[in-house]
Design a protein around this ligand. Structure first.
Ligand SMILES: [Zn+2]
Length: 221
């Protein structure tokens, strides 16, 4: 029906159409959710639906993940308004839900992988470790905290970001979430470069790239 009416089912194109039906408008409200729900695994050419074990879409899984209290909190709404490219927001959101393909998550999916964090070689690579507890991540975040600020920990990344927002330097007062997103994004990119290209981990480089991204996103978005 959508294809007949609008000549496309491309969600980006549909978002720009002037007169769309009420039903389609409702559907477009969840496009971020839809995009973040697909993942591409190496060696597979079709995307997988993230919320079922088999990777196939079921409305039950979509419903239950959307009923997740976290999804409806103001923090998640705020997240979509943050100044950052869409792909980074989707990445960050996936990290908050702990659905990134970290080594621990791959291990839990039954893959044979090394489980240690490549940035410190000292702990299993969970999202919580990689982005908040790893000495590498702590060094990166220290670059953005006010002098003497002590990063507080928690059990969930979303909790940690909220707890520590106020510790970031005033330079980014109106854009704290942009800093979290850019930092998390660049830690992940560094981790991938180390794993896939054999580079050595460079925390100062992550800080530089994070500052660069923040500046670009804040002025362009
Ligand atoms: Zn580590």
């Amino acid at each position: 029906m959508v294809r007949t009416l609008y000549d496309t089912v491309d969600i980006e194109v549909l978002s720009t159409v002037d007169k769309i039906s009420f039903a389609l408008k409702e559907i477009l409200l969840v496009k971020h959710f839809f995009k973040a729900s697909l993942e591409f695994l190496p060696g597979e050419d079709a995307p997988r639906w993230k919320w079922t074990k088999e990777g196939a879409f079921t409305s039950k899984s979509a419903y239950s993940i959307m009923r997740d209290p976290g999804m409806r909190s103001t923090y998640y709404n705020q997240l979509w308004k943050t100044k950052a490219p869409l792909k980074v927001k989707v990445f960050f959101w996936t990290a908050l839900l702990d659905r990134l393909l970290t080594r621990e998550n791959m291990h839990h999916k039954g893959w044979t992988v090394q489980r240690e964090c490549v940035l410190c070689q000292n702990n299993f690579e969970t999202g919580l470790h990689l982005f908040a507890q790893c000495p590498f991540a702590r060094y990166v975040w220290d670059g953005f905290f006010r002098p003497g600020a002590n990063m507080q920990t928690g059990d969930k990344l979303s909790e940690i970001w909220l707890l520590n927002r106020q510790l970031l330097t005033m330079n980014y007062k109106d854009n704290w979430d942009t800093v979290w997103m850019a930092g998390t994004w660049n830690i992940w990119k560094m981790r991938c470069t180390v794993i896939f290209e054999g580079a050595s981990a460079d925390a100062d480089e992550v800080i530089r790239k994070t500052i660069q991204d923040c500046k670009a996103w804040i002025s362009f978005c």
